[in-house]
Write a protein that binds this ligand. Structure first.
Ligand SMILES: Cc1ncc(COP(=O)(O)O)c(C=O)c1O
Length: 394
């Protein structure tokens, strides 16, 4: 059953006093707590229960041609993600998680010196250095540009990218500190010296605008279970003109040109499908389609405006209470989270959770509002944070 999607920020920020119109009604999780944790796991909307029931029905009455329909569904989700990030149909492929897809990118190159360096930062999600260090056995040389602060050192990063750089692998927004990166500047520098750019956008797609075509970025990775309000699937965008020259060694039969005929393939599948692996798991794309459609219906402009209104409120409250903020403050550099530097933040997070106020801690207290949160919720949450802060300072 489809329900109406709000058209304005005013409608979105309205408390749940208007059942049937407010987006909040679509997310049952919000009735159980103040949920400001979408940077960790996004709320999942109504509609998913129907998908799950239908899936069970499919399994219960199994016929072999179900696979045809499932392939259409997988493609629909991948193309929906593509549209969401300004990419053409066929340029996105999905798999179980970001790590699998990043390893597949890594398996395309031969890492012959002198161009064998992978430039990255010290603000990566742990899977990124783990994967590139594993590829050291094939000659990849990881070059970590550390800033020693919660922000990226973009000058140092730019300087370290040179003719020895094969790939630059950075996040669009840091999972721990919320710092964001100027991708346009980075892509320009990398392309100047013949390097390719891989962006881990797990912490941005769904909450920050990202137009991969306008940016000219080469690879973009992300996933469903945070800002995209889905579950259990990740995606990879590959710049279409690069595809013919990329041959992943970590592969599987679904990447071949004859996968659907069950005949041995003679070449690669068209588009980003050449980055597929083995038999896919369609349920996660089917489930995640619900959240993706909802967000696409709201539109990135509305989502971003509401996100900025929410993070501004958190910043104003933190400033008034004297709580140190480590994430970017200027609106154009802000991501979806505000990160607070609170001593023993993990215990603070736990005590907040005991009061049904949900956020996360990864070295900093991360507060991640989404399009379904209200400013009243943020005030309620920040009242509790302020009490914690005063307790710590006493
Ligand atoms: C920036 C970032 N990259 C990657 C991941 C996860 O990667 P994977 O899907 O491989 O578990 C996360 C969080 O779960 C993340 O915050």
């Amino acid at each position: 059953m489809s329900r109406s999607v709000p058209e304005s920020v005013a409608e979105l920020t309205r408390l749940d006093t208007s059942p049937g119109t407010a987006i909040r009604d679509r997310f049952p999780l919000l009735a159980t707590c103040v949920y400001l944790n979408s940077n960790s796991t996004g709320a999942v909307p109504h509609g998913v229960e129907d998908v799950l029931a239908h899936y069970w029905e499919t399994l219960r009455s199994w016929r072999d041609d179900v696979w045809q329909a499932w392939h259409v569904s997988l493609e629909r989700y991948a193309d929906g993600v593509a549209a969401f990030i300004g990419a053409p149909p066929g340029s996105v492929v999905t798999d179980a998680n970001l790590s699998t897809l990043l390893s597949r990118i890594g398996s395309c190159f031969d890492y012959r010196a002198p161009r064998n360096r992978v430039v990255t930062t010290d603000l990566e999600f742990p899977t990124v250095p783990f994967i590139w260090n594993a590829l050291a056995r094939y000659g990849a040389q990881l070059d970590v540009v550390g800033s020693g602060t919660p922000q990226f050192d973009e000058d140092a990063l730019e300087q370290r990218i040179d003719e020895r750089t094969l790939l630059v692998c950075v996040p669009h927004a840091s999972y721990s500190s919320g710092a964001t990166i100027d991708l346009a500047r980075l892509v320009a520098r990398a392309h100047d010296v013949g390097a390719l750019v891989v962006v881990d956008a797990f912490q941005s797609v769904g909450i920050m605008p990202l137009d991969v075509t306008a940016l000219g970025v080469d690879f973009v990775l992300g996933g469903a279970h945070k800002w995209l309000c889905g579950v259990g699937t990740a995606f990879l965008y590959v710049r279409p003109d690069l595809l013919p020259d990329l041959e992943p060694a970590a592969t599987g039969w679904q990447a071949g040109d004859r996968a659907l005929t069950f005949q041995p393939s003679t070449g690669w599948a068209a588009g980003a499908q050449r980055f597929a692996g083995g038999t896919p798991f369609p349920l996660t794309s089917l489930v995640s389609q619900v959240g993706l459609d909802l967000l696409a219906g709201v539109g990135m402009d509305v989502i971003r405006a509401h996100s900025l209104a929410c993070t501004s409120r958190i910043l104003t409250r933190a400033d008034a209470a004297g709580i140190p903020v480590v994430s970017p403050v200027e609106p154009h550099r802000r991501g979806g989270v505000v990160c607070l530097d609170i001593p023993d933040g993990e215990s603070v997070k736990r005590r907040l959770a005991e009061r049904n106020m949900i956020c996360s801690w990864r070295g900093y207290l991360r507060i991640g509002p989404h399009v379904y949160n209200t400013l009243d919720e943020i005030d309620e949450f920040m009242d509790a944070v302020e009490q914690e802060w005063r307790g710590i300072r006493r």
